[in-house]
Design a binder for this molecule. Structure first.
Ligand SMILES: Cc1ncc(COP(=O)(O)O)c(C=O)c1O
Length: 376
């Protein structure tokens, strides 16, 4: 809509795209084991290539009695790869079904989630507004030299940088943006990012069902994943528990303390009525092994060891890891296998590669990899 309140030809053009996208909506049928969960979404839209492959991963420096496999969500093909597109199949279905025309997301300036939202949103004819915050380590980032930010710019997403540089300030800004856009005549939809009520959880319920059809619960002893909001972990906990709890899940927390992540996961699990009572630490530990270490949780900080690991993995195995998430968690997994192999339930481990290779094109990492500015 133009500033004078009249519809422009561009609005009509986008409306046509959304109208066409709406035809792709279909009724969501949850896996049997997840049918009773509260807040189950009604609709879904397909946005990526399903059933990403599981392949043997010849990571160097793994003790010889262990075997590592990789679940390749870097090959979703949806919104330039990664696992975030799984949750958007529910968010964007809801936004289309409720006749919204504008999406509002929030996240860190380097966010894979926001970039995935911008790409998928634009594909379906939405206008996209992103409320972003800088991390402490990126106080003076050259904005065009942050891969995800750059892609957001190319897509013409409206970008707002929070002056306070905190997650909560950019999250709060979503509500302000919603009010402002509603007054201007738009129909905005706030895209959750792991808060209770987030229908995106079902993206990982469906992902776990996909893992079951790929024989994962029978063939593997352990499953390792990187954690941010805890949404993926919550979906996997439900899937694993409801299907016999055969796998030992390991969640490596990238940007939060262990206690903070446990609380987020616990809130998500309570919200869908998976287990109604408060979670004790023991209960949570029986469902998932959560680990947090400074080497993991210093967001956008890459030590010489991380840089070497990501670079060697690329050279030796052809797998490009996201330096923040999968790069750090795969590095942590290798260290654990070398120093504390008893933390794993068995010897056959599946690493969930959540993708998002664009993060490799971020100033701090590029500087580090070219030997200019490695932080120890
Ligand atoms: C590549 C990648 N892996 C893992 C995660 C964490 O996923 P979740 O937010 O579901 O914990 C994120 C998002 O923050 C991510 O971008």
């Amino acid at each position: 809509m133009a500033a004078n309140g009249k519809h422009s030809s561009d609005d009509n053009y986008l409306k046509e795209i959304r109208k066409d996208a709406k035809k792709r909506l279909y009724e969501y049928v949850a896996p049997k084991w997840a049918e009773d969960l509260r807040g189950k979404p009604k609709l879904k839209i397909d946005l990526f290539q399903k059933r990403t492959p599981i392949l043997k991963w010849f990571l160097p420096q793994i003790p010889s009695d262990f075997e590592i496999y990789i679940k390749r969500d870097d090959l979703t093909g949806g919104a330039i790869s990664g696992h975030k597109v799984r949750r958007l199949e529910f968010h964007l279905a809801e936004a289309l079904a409720t006749n919204c025309d504008t999406l509002i997301g929030y996240g860190c300036i380097t966010s894979n989630n926001c970039r995935t939202l911008a790409v998928s949103g634009k594909e379906l004819g939405f206008d996209v507004h992103l409320s972003l915050y800088k991390t402490l380590r990126l106080k003076k980032p050259s904005l065009s030299f942050i891969g995800n930010y750059y892609i957001n710019m190319i897509l013409g997403a409206h970008l707002y940088l929070s002056p306070e540089s905190t997650e909560s300030s950019s999250q709060k800004k979503q509500t302000e943006l919603k009010q402002r856009l509603s007054v201007a005549g738009y129909s905005p939809y706030i895209v959750c990012s792991g808060q209770p009520g987030d229908v995106g959880l079902f993206g990982y319920i469906d992902c776990f069902e996909e893992l079951i059809t790929q024989g994962v619960t029978e063939k593997f002893s352990d499953l390792v994943l990187s954690c941010g909001s805890g949404l993926t972990a919550a979906g996997f906990i439900i899937g694993n528990y409801r299907n016999g709890g055969k796998l030992r899940l390991h969640a490596y927390s990238i940007n939060r303390s262990e206690a903070e992540l446990k609380k987020l996961i616990s809130d998500l699990l309570k919200d869908v009525n998976f287990l109604p009572e408060d979670f004790s630490d023991e209960r949570m530990s029986s469902l998932i092994n959560i680990e947090e270490e400074s080497s993991l949780s210093d967001y956008c900080v890459f030590t010489a060891d991380h840089v070497e690991f990501v670079s060697e993995t690329a050279k030796r195995t052809g797998i490009l890891l996201d330096p923040n998430y999968t790069g750090k968690s795969a590095y942590h997994m290798v260290k654990k296998l070398q120093t504390a192999p008893e933390t794993f339930q068995g010897k056959k481990i599946l690493f969930y590669n959540t993708g998002s290779v664009i993060s490799l094109m971020t100033e701090t990492f590029c500087r580090a990899i070219t030997g200019n500015g490695i932080m120890d």
